[in-house]
Design a protein around this ligand. Structure first.
Ligand SMILES: C[S@@+](CC[C@H](N)C(=O)[O-])C[C@H]1O[C@@H](n2cnc3c(N)ncnc32)[C@H](O)[C@@H]1O
Length: 294
């Protein structure tokens, strides 16, 4: 699916522009750069690969090794794990944390280095990133086959999914949920989900200036399309990880809650975060905390 095609819709384009501008200018990147990115993406919308190369050549090289690199690396290795920890710290229990879809494993490294060196943190992902971290008390396990989490039965106390669920096709979610039930300890368990989502009933923790208003002016279909473009910018354009699976399977908070209740989980926490300023690629965020029923 090529989300850039949706940039012909002016309301979607406006949301994408405002979302990028809000986080990039906060990090010292000029508005002209944001205008340049959005213009190139809209002009080359038929061919995302050409769009990626043209942004790198004509506007800004956003890859971790490009001129955007220092900002991006500091975000990925430090600001992002710090933000994820702030969201989940009150739910961190037990000794074994599993971060499913861990990316380069920065979050596990952060936990063991900065929070508790006695934890065992296992990051799993269907991709192995070239800069993926593993070390003492920090394990990385390739998820192969992709729907089997490479962790022993009942081994995990705390399972994280940070911006991962929308990368999993709807038809594969049941298998992943079965795996979560299998790997979590029967006595002490918590599942923390941070996800690109929306909730039109609750007030967000972060309004994100006018982003929340802009978001809710879009129809549900336009909303998912706008979020797909931001997601694509945060993955393909900013990291060059063109291989990452992107079904863009976004769901509302309410749909996720019903999904997990149906699968026999208890919901022990649910917060619509809105647009946290700590995020680099700003889609609306939600936090859902679950417990496996005894
Ligand atoms: C947006 S990244 C988030 C990375 C990391 N959790 C973070 O917060 O920085 C989504 C990750 O989910 C991974 N992923 C996609 N499908 C997956 C699956 N079925 N099981 C585990 N990981 C998956 C992708 O490879 C990618 O690394």
């Amino acid at each position: 699916m090529n989300p850039l095609l949706y940039l012909t819709n002016q309301r979607i384009k406006e949301f994408v522009f405002q979302s990028l501008q809000s986080s990039y200018t906060r990090r010292g990147i000029a508005t002209e750069v944001v205008e340049g990115i959005v213009d190139v993406l809209a002009t080359c919308r038929e061919n995302p690969e050409t769009a990626v190369h043209r942004v790198y050549e004509q506007v800004i090289d956003m890859r971790p090794l490009g001129c955007f690199g220092e900002k991006y690396n500091s975000y990925k290795r430090w600001e992002r794990p710090q933000f994820l920890y702030a969201l989940m710290k009150e739910y961190l229990i037990g000794t074994t944390v599993v971060d499913v879809g861990c990316g380069d494993n920065s979050f596990c490294k952060y936990l063991v280095t900065n929070v508790n060196q006695n934890l065992l943190c296992i990051g799993t992902d269907v991709l192995c990133y070239p800069d993926c971290y593993h070390g003492s008390h920090v394990d990385f396990r390739l998820q192969e086959p992709p729907l089997q989490i490479p962790v022993n039965t009942h081994e995990a106390n705390c399972v994280m999914f940070a911006n991962v669920l929308h990368h999993i096709k709807h038809e594969d979610l049941n298998s992943i949920v079965r795996e979560v039930i299998r790997i979590t300890s029967p006595e002490r368990n918590v599942i923390v989900i941070i996800e690109d989502t929306w909730d039109d009933k609750s007030k967000p923790v972060w309004e994100g200036k006018d982003l929340n208003t802009l978001l809710f002016r879009l129809t549900p279909e336009e909303r998912c399309r706008a979020m797909a473009i931001i997601d694509w910018i945060g993955t393909d354009l900013a990291t060059g990880h063109l291989a990452m699976s992107k079904p863009f399977a976004f769901k509302s908070m309410e749909t996720w809650e019903q999904f997990f209740l149906k699968h026999g989980f208890q919901i022990i926490g649910s917060r619509y975060l809105g647009f946290p300023p700590q995020k680099l690629h700003l889609n609306p965020q939600g936090l859902l905390v679950l417990r496996k029923k005894p």
